[in-house]
Design a protein around this ligand. Structure first.
Ligand code: SAT
Ligand code: MN
Length: 600
């Protein structure tokens, strides 16, 4: 490829400038071709960056290991760098652009010496769609290039688009020394720029994903009146061929991927539903001329959590990751395949664990804790087109119409299996007051409850108070706004056992949600929202112990009054910025609870 395969001066000047700073030995432009991909794979294998897996059993699959202190997003090293601190808001880490550039420059200076700088022109969303955004990522990691080729649209078509269009997100990544003390994930929304240094973990370095498609995009979305959300999109097809689409927000590692491609449970098989997967992580939504919300998934792959993925939890994903998949931090088996805790089949008798050390089942560490074969946040990167349920509308420039928005968290107590908000404004309150227990996808204490509005706490690129306002404003612009629901698959009983089986059975709840959207069933009004009549959830073939469904739908007044205190604390940090409508919703909820009886 010639030195600069574009005439776009802005791109050329920026690449030159970044190269002067990082001082790579050479620059290679990524064209999205199979030949170039093959060369990169060979080079990665030779340099031990990636291990080719058993090509008979897992064709086109590779294994990668990150450093043990580089296995999840590092939220404490992630910054929103706006000129005014206030614009980043109280929930984001903030640094001034000047200080941030300076700090990162000191690490990036000469960081690519002896390495190649790859230039990846990519599009989030179908190239040329009114939804889509162009980015260019510079990186010194072949692993990043190979992942980006799966997760985004890369190559010639993007370059052609850049000939006409000047605007693009400038994404710079360098592994540098992979030193946690010199690691920074910096977002400059006002400059449409991302700098990531010192990490090799997906969420920190695949800059098209969380950094561009959520943090930068959420900022752009507010300016341009659309939504960039941490949501899956799935289609539910009825036997008559009609498909309804829903978008659902859950924090990381709470089952978005499994839900997006669920297999209808045995008991509902006779109803003939078919599920279509549009996306499992990120949703961009716009109001179309019909006054309703239409959505696309800007990505082209899944970056999913491996542990727990098996035929029972996610049959379609097991099928998806059989080829052309990059595995990260899983166990390497002697036969050249991979394994993780909660995988199918037998536990292997030996292997190389995610740290690259020999492993045997039952091994314990110096504290007597089991040594895991795969890291709890080990991942696979795999093309969406491998998925048996991949939607046939993935390339449609207008996306799919959204009937319902669902907010979900991981709460062992409090939140019932499902409830419906009273209206858009109340729905925004429900989203804004979401909370969830921490999982392995974040640094922090697993199990601890944290408030995670719209599952966007780590991903909102500006002041969340303004983000809530944006949600409220968008509601006014729609003539056919989707209904908003909350779900919780994770409620437990007194013995801390899950009350709801989850996975494919969740379709029973989604069925009720769609029935509500289509005005097919009544509901019970409670202080927190509408809940289903027990008889309106189709339980054919699912034999829950007596009283479980009632427990799943019960609302404990005292628990909710307690929750209100926490919500108040959360809201208060936004001071005067918090939209007054949310305080109003808070007061209304408090009043409804106080008037209600102990248990609903
Ligand atoms: O690690 S990622 O941010 O890419 C995935 C996630 O945590 O949702
Ligand atoms: Mn996610």
């Amino acid at each position: 490829m010639k030195e600069y395969p574009t005439h776009n001066k802005k791109v050329i000047n920026w690449v030159r400038k970044m190269a002067r700073m990082c001082q790579p030995d050479k620059i290679i432009w990524i064209d999205g071709s199979e030949e170039q991909k093959n060369i990169l794979e060979k080079e990665s294998a030779a340099s031990d960056e990636l291990i080719p897996l058993n090509q008979e059993k897992l064709p086109g699959c590779l294994l990668h290991r990150t450093k043990p202190d580089d296995v999840a997003r590092t939220e404490h090293l992630t910054f929103i760098c706006t000129r005014r601190k206030h614009d980043a808001g109280p929930t984001n880490n903030w640094m001034s652009p000047r200080a941030a550039y300076k700090k990162a420059k000191a690490i990036l200076k000469g960081a690519m010496k002896g390495r190649t700088m790859y230039v990846i022109p990519f599009s989030m969303g179908p190239v040329g769609s009114p939804f889509s955004k162009i980015g260019v990522e510079l990186t010194d990691s072949r692993y990043v290039v190979l992942n980006m080729l799966i997760m985004t649209r890369v190559g010639e078509a993007v370059l052609r688009h850049l000939e006409k269009e000047d605007e693009f997100t400038k994404c710079l990544h360098s592994k540098a020394e992979l030193d946690i003390n010199k690691r920074l994930i910096l977002h400059f929304p006002e400059d449409n720029t991302i700098w990531s240094v010192g990490s090799g973990y997906g969420g920190n370095v695949l800059l098209g994903k969380k950094c561009l498609s959520l943090r930068i995009a959420s900022y752009l979305a507010r300016c341009e009146h659309w939504f960039a959300e941490h949501m899956l999109i799935m289609g539910i097809e009825e036997p008559n061929g009609h498909i309804e689409y829903i978008a659902a927000a859950f924090p990381s590692a709470c089952g978005k991927t499994n839900l997006a491609m669920l297999v209808p449970p045995e008991g509902l098989k006779v109803k003939g539903y078919r599920i279509w997967t549009v996306g499992d992580d990120i949703t961009w939504m716009r109001i179309d001329s019909d006054g309703s919300l239409w959505a696309i998934n800007p990505e082209t792959g899944f970056f999913g959590v491996a542990p727990g993925t098996n035929l029972k939890t996610n049959l379609n994903m097991v099928e998806t990751i059989k080829k052309n998949t990059i595995y990260t931090n899983v166990l390497f088996k002697p036969d050249g395949t991979v394994w993780w805790e909660g995988a199918n089949g037998e536990i292997p008798s030996s292997g190389i664990d995610w740290r690259g050390k020999p492993w045997k089942p039952g091994m314990t560490d110096e504290n007597g804790k089991p040594v895991l074969g795969a890291h709890p946040n080990s991942r696979f990167t795999t093309p969406i087109t491998n998925c048996p349920t991949a939607s046939f509308r993935l390339e449609q420039h207008h996306g799919v119409p959204i009937s319902a928005i669902i907010f979900g968290g991981r709460r062992t107590h409090l939140t019932p299996l499902v409830f419906e908000s009273f209206n858009w404004q109340h729905g925004v309150f429900v989203g804004a007051t979401m909370a969830s227990e921490l999982t392995a996808a974040q640094f922090g204490k697993i199990g601890q409850v944290r408030r995670d509005p719209m599952a966007m706490l780590p991903f909102c690129g500006y002041n969340m108070a303004e983000y809530f306002r944006h949600w409220l404003e968008m509601g006014k612009k729609m003539t056919k706004a989707p209904k908003i629901f909350a779900v919780n698959w994770f409620r437990t009983d007194e013995q801390e056992k899950f009350l709801w089986p989850g996975f494919g059975e969740n379709l029973r709840v989604i069925e009720w949600i769609l029935d509500r959207c289509n005005n097919k069933v009544e509901a019970i009004k409670t202080p927190i929202g509408y809940i289903p009549l027990i008889t309106d959830i189709d339980m054919t073939g699912l034999h829950l112990p007596r009283g479980h469904l009632e427990k799943l739908l019960s609302i404990d007044k005292n628990e909710w009054l307690q929750e209100l205190k926490d919500i108040k604390k959360f809201f208060k940090q936004f001071k005067k910025d918090l939209p007054e409508q949310l305080w109003q919703e808070y007061e209304d909820l408090a009043a409804r609870l106080k008037e209600s009886s102990e248990k609903v």
